[in-house]
Write a protein that binds this ligand. Structure first.
Ligand code: NAI
Length: 413
């Protein structure tokens, strides 16, 4: 089969952890009899998750987690496999995206693996009977977990959800390295300009922002960080970035990248101060971090000088260049393929163990947001090290006894 016939071929080579999970479970098919809904950015690496769940016996229904990031060839390929049905297509509108998610939920899945809590929240809001019979779910994003927490606090959550984003095997790699690298690569490719020598303003110094800022500096940029959380601001300062308010940073930045999880981080008062030619990109949450309505209302003229770039001409004649329509620049830009495959490999492997663990183990968990058991995180880490052919040391008996010896009986002092 040529790569054109099999759009997952390349991604399979770079997702050894997911492949090992599929290999391990394809004979016993422990997920047989269960229907798993997967909402994610539908590109080749996500296709590998859908495929691994299906190899482990599950019927899989997949949909997009963002309308613009779906790759049509991946959908067509997966849709042809027995036991896999797609509810997404390339170029779907926001309205079609909503409709497709509802259509999926009407198939009454047993389990939901989500990205941004779109499917879990729609299930509760519009398909309450389905929510009552769902066994469990997993949520892989920071913003999605915040929404699951809100549902739990309000007392409306109907099933247990594992917080995939909160595991080290997710956020230490996906958020820091995946978003960090792919956001900068896509800013550079979309604009065909260099990062080096530019002033890059990063809004939000969480896992994603820290990765973006560190990698931008590695490429030779001068980095500025904005924050609302004092400890994160201090951490950015001690990591060597300039820290200031967006009000101050607005006039300094050549490139702005938001990664906060909240809305209107860049807004009119900032647009008014920005330099001619400033590039605005969002790597955080949906298309809300840059106030697009405010930008449009402020502009005298709007044009598209290049694929993936919308140029807003300000009343005083400056150009502000918005990348990827203010949606996630690493996922929805013209050349975007999301995170590098080997990074998403471990994120999706955590999604796989979430479904496997909650479906096959007798947990008796009530509705709520739960931390993923450490053994599952370790298992994915060990698999990953094995695929990298990296050996690590084991704790010796003497070291274990030393750690356990709280009375200091073995101390030589
Ligand atoms: P995090 O919670 O670790 O960091 C967010 C940071 O933004 C926090 O330090 C917070 O204090 C700060 N913040 C909040 N409001 C702010 C404001 N108005 N101005 C400046 N800073 C502000 O979250 P994480 O993991 O870094 O994720 C950030 C966003 O990126 C989330 O929406 C997440 O879903 C998204 N994400 C995007 C990915 C992508 O592929 N583009 C991948 C992973 C996460």
């Amino acid at each position: 089969m040529s790569p054109t016939d099999d759009p997952l071929a390349w991604a399979r080579e770079y997702t050894p952890v997911l492949q090992s999970q599929g290999d391990e479970h394809e004979d016993a098919e422990p997920l047989s009899g269960y229907t798993i809904a997967v909402a994610t950015h539908m590109e080749a690496v996500s296709g590998c998750l859908v495929e691994a769940l299906n190899r482990a016996g599950a019927e899989v229904l997949f949909t997009a987690s963002e309308p613009q990031s779906t790759h049509g060839d991946v959908v067509a390929y997966l849709d042809d496999i027995d036991g896999i049905t797609g509810f997404a297509w390339e170029g779907m509108t926001d309205e079609e995206f909503d409709d497709a998610q509802h259509e999926l939920l009407e198939q009454e899945p047993d389990f939901i693996l989500d990205d941004g809590c779109e499917l879990i929240s729609k299930c509760h809001a519009d398909h309450p009977e389905v929510a009552k019979q769902v066994i469990g779910g997993g949520e892989q994003t920071t913003a999605g977990i915040t929404r699951v927490e809100a549902m739990e606090e309000e007392g409306v959550l109907e099933f247990p959800v594992y917080g995939v984003n909160d595991t080290p095997m997710k956020h230490f790699f996906d958020n820091v390295h995946g978003t960090g690298e792919s956001a900068l690569v896509n800013v550079s490719i979309t604009t065909n300009t260099v990062i080096t020598g530019q002033t890059v303003v990063v809004a939000g110094y969480g896992y994603c922002g820290r990765g973006i800022a560190r990698k931008a500096r590695g490429l030779g940029a001068q980095t500025v960080v904005t924050e609302v959380e004092p400890r994160k601001a201090l951490q950015a300062h001690m990591d060597g970035h300039r820290v200031m308010s967006m009000g101050e940073a607005a006039e300094l930045g050549d490139i702005f990248i938001t990664s906060t999880g909240t809305r209107d981080v860049l807004r009119r008062e900032h647009f008014e101060e920005m330099q001619d030619g400033a590039q605005l990109a969002n790597a955080g949450h949906f298309d809300v971090e840059i106030d697009l309505d405010g930008l449009e209302a402020y502009a005298d003229d709007i044009s598209e000088p290049k694929d993936g770039i919308t140029r807003y001409e300000t009343p005083d004649g400056r150009y502000l260049n918005l990348l990827a329509n203010g949606r996630l620049v690493n996922l929805t830009g013209p050349a975007s393929e999301g995170h590098p495959a080997e990074i998403i490999d471990t994120t999706h492997a955590m999604m796989f163990v979430t479904a496997y663990d909650l479906i096959t183990r007798d947990h008796d968990l009530g509705p709520g947001l739960y931390a993923i058991p450490d053994r599952l995180d370790r298992d994915v880490a060990e698999r990953k090290l094995e695929t990298l052919d990296i050996d690590i040391d084991a704790v010796t008996q003497a070291q274990q006894e030393y750690a356990d010896d709280w009375r200091n009986e073995g101390s030589s002092f």
